[in-house]
Write a protein that binds this ligand. Structure first.
Ligand SMILES: Cc1cc2nc3c(=O)[nH]c(=O)nc-3n(C[C@H](O)[C@H](O)[C@H](O)COP(=O)(O)OP(=O)(O)OC[C@H]3O[C@@H](n4cnc5c(N)ncnc54)[C@H](O)[C@@H]3O)c2cc1C
Length: 434
């Protein structure tokens, strides 16, 4: 395994819109900048996998600025541990990087929230964004019937993408009520950009039924998914399909900020007006500070990058743009809040922790995430609670535990280096090793 070690004035973790904007703005100030992402290419959830020609105008603009800047990019490497203050370790397929920084920008994005229901572990029941990512990587979807369900604007974006690539979408089920969706529409009246996006989605999805007050009850199939039963405005209905693309909005990736000691408030990383976290020299931008779409991620990234490079006055000029983008985040949060009926989705036998095969009835015997973890191994498998953690938080109102290194599963070899070995009191749980 090869090793390398580099030092940066500003190091950015996460190569989505927030991370790219932070890296570009910091590098344009003349400081030495590195950016690292665990995927093969930069771009994050929204821009990754788009060919440069097919890139939206905004994406192409930022990718161009990144190319002409002096930013050092590390792709395919995941940051998993901080052996000492100001030093991070990142693991690649066959290497280990030790990256030191003066200032750090965390732009680790968000992931989909999954809620367990009977049949959700069947093959071809997938996250909505997950299925989109697989199609972007080459999964053939032409002629396949895909039911899209859950909540949030991502459902519409995914349905439109899949349809453009030849999928047949029999229905989009949105758990929010028609009233909430109507208020969402009215609240967006002052946002011409969002209205344009909405109208475009409406054109792309013409003829596809959108059912509000609707969600999946169960998925069925002998080897793989064959049909889905949905509750549509109070009535159960079964729909044959090849895929169920299902996600219940997004949850922020706060594990790395937590590991570095940053305070969390209301589930999000706490920041000041310059995007600085409660830890000196550590900034945070994009979805870990609030789920608000690509515009908010970009402007927060710009502010964080400028502030990390010592350009507070330039950062201040963007506060107004950020305030407008934050308004959209608040509207999203109100509209797509989960209804309490969804707590009844899992049956006693439904697996909630699919890594360690822990059923809902076993979990209900415990009163906290920690107790359940110790007694059942819930959250101790390869995903380290990234899927079942947010699900139990919603279903059972459990608070997630503190985070321990390694924050992602890592090779024993990487942990065994002098820099990589976690301190004794933080020894990684066995589920965190591979
Ligand atoms: C699955 C999914 C699909 C989406 N699809 C769309 C869409 O089609 N249209 C749309 O408008 N919006 C979409 N969104 C929402 C969109 O991602 C946001 O609006 C916005 O672009 C987020 O930007 P960001 O830079 O904050 O985060 P992201 O774009 O999520 O970028 C964060 C990056 O950090 C990386 N990362 C995290 N932790 C580490 C680590 N420890 N080490 C190294 N790298 C790390 C992640 O892999 C990711 O590449 C999607 C979101 C998700 C979760």
């Amino acid at each position: 395994m090869s090793r390398e070690s580099q030092r940066f004035d500003v190091l950015v973790i996460g190569g989505g819109p927030a991370g790219i904007a932070a890296a570009v703005r910091a590098a344009e100030c003349g400081v030495h900048v590195g950016i690292i992402d665990d995927n093969a290419t930069l771009g994050g959830q929204i821009w990754r996998g788009e060919s440069e020609d097919g890139c939206a105008e905004e994406a192409a603009k930022w990718q161009g600025r990144l190319r002409s800047s002096a930013v050092t990019a590390f792709c395919g490497r995941r940051v998993f541990h901080q052996p000492e203050a100001g030093v991070l370790l990142a693991e690649g397929a066959d290497d280990l990087c030790q990256l030191s920084y003066r200032n750090l920008v965390l732009a680790t994005g968000a992931r989909e929230r999954f809620l367990p229901f009977p049949g959700w572990t069947l093959p071809n029941v997938m996250g909505a964004g997950g299925l989109q990512a697989m199609v972007k990587s080459g999964l053939p979807i032409q002629g396949k019937h895909v039911v899209v369900a859950g909540t949030g604007p991502l459902l519409l974006a995914v349905a439109a993408y899949l349809r453009k690539n030849g999928a047949i979408i029999p229905i989009i089920c949105e758990q929010a009520s028609w009233g909430s969706l109507a208020r969402f529409g009215v609240a967006l009246l002052g946002e011409p950009g969002k209205i344009r996006q909405g109208l475009q989605l409406k054109r792309e999805l013409a003829g596809v039924p959108l059912a509000a007050n609707s969600w999946p009850l169960a998925a069925y199939g002998s080897q793989t998914l064959e049909r889905v039963t949905i509750l549509r405005s109070g009535k159960a209905e079964t729909i044959p399909c090849d895929y169920l693309a299902c996600g219940f909005h997004l949850v922020p990736n706060v594990e790395l900020p937590l590991l570095l000691g940053c305070q969390i408030r209301g589930g999000y990383v706490q920041i000041n007006e310059y995007q600085q976290t409660t830890m000196q020299g550590i900034f945070c931008a994009g979805e870990p500070t609030g789920i608000g779409g690509v515009e908010l991620s970009l402007v927060e990234g710009e502010i964080a990058g400028l502030a990390a490079a010592g350009r507070a006055a330039d950062a201040r000029k963007l506060f107004g743009v950020r305030e407008r983008a934050r308004r959209f985040a608040r509207i999203l949060d109100r509209t797509f809040r989960l209804r309490t009926q969804l707590r009844r989705l899992p049956s006693p036998e439904t697996l909630v922790c699919r890594c360690e095969d822990v059923s809902y009835s076993r979990l209900r015997a415990y009163s906290s995430w920690r107790a359940a973890k110790l007694q059942t191994r819930c959250g101790m498998g390869p995903c380290q609670g990234r899927i079942c953690g947010p699900a139990t938080q919603y279903l059972l109102q459990w608070n997630p535990d503190s985070v321990r290194p390694p924050v992602f599963p890592a090779r024993v070899e990487s942990l065994a280096t002098p820099a990589g070995a976690p301190e004794l009191e933080h020894t990684a749980v066995p589920g965190g090793l591979r």
